[in-house]
Design a protein around this ligand. Structure first.
Ligand SMILES: [Zn+2]
Length: 144
C-alpha cells in the first residue's frame, strides 16, 4: 500500500491509499480519484507521504509500525551507548568482582567503578548486603 497526499484544482488537500504507484496512475488517468470536499476529479499528487507499508504488515496501523521501529532503534542505540560508557569508565576486575565490591562497600578499599564476573548467588548476596550491583547491559548485537 502506498499513501499519497493529494490536492484538487481548488487546493483542497486530502490523502488516499493505493495498492501501488501504478494503481494511482491508472485511477488518476481515468479521473476516478475525486476530491472529498468538492467532488472535483482534477486531482494531482501533492507531496508523497512517507508511509509505505509492506504487504505483510497491511493489517497493522501504518503509523504505529513506523513508530515502533523507530523507538526500538533508539532503545537499541541507547543500550549500546550505555554498554560502551560502562566499559570505558570501569576497571575490569574479572572474577574478583564480589570480593572487591564488598571491600569497597565496607570502606576498606577506596570507591571506584568496577565491572567483572559474579555468579547469581554472589550478586544476590551483594544486593542483600546493600551493595548496589547493576547487571551489565547487553549490547543488542550480542543477541544475534
Ligand atoms: Zn476540492
Amino acid at each position: 500500500m502506498i499513501k499519497y497526499a493529494l490536492a484538487c484544482e481548488k487546493g483542497h488537500d486530502f490523502e488516499s491509499w493505493f495498492p501501488d504507484a501504478a494503481a494511482y496512475d491508472l485511477q488518476a488517468r481515468r479521473s476516478l480519484i475525486v476530491c472529498p470536499e468538492c467532488g472535483s476529479s482534477k486531482v494531482a499528487k501533492a507531496i508523497m507521504a512517507p508511509a509505505i507499508v509492506g504487504a505483510a504488515r497491511a493489517n497493522a496501523a501504518p503509523g504505529e509500525v513506523a513508530l515502533l521501529d523507530r523507538r526500538r532503534r533508539a532503545l537499541r542505540d541507547a543500550v549500546t551507548a550505555l554498554h560502551r560508557e560502562i566499559e570505558a569508565n570501569t576497571d575490569d576486575v574479572g572474577g574478583k568482582f564480589a570480593e572487591i565490591a564488598r571491600s569497597m562497600h565496607a570502606g576498606d578499599t577506596p570507591e571506584r567503578a568496577i565491572r567483572g564476573r559474579a555468579s547469581g548467588a554472589e550478586v544476590e548476596a551483594l544486593l542483600e548486603e546493600g551493595v548496589d550491583v547493576l547487571p551489565m547491559p547487553v549490547p543488542p548485537d550480542e543477541f544475534n
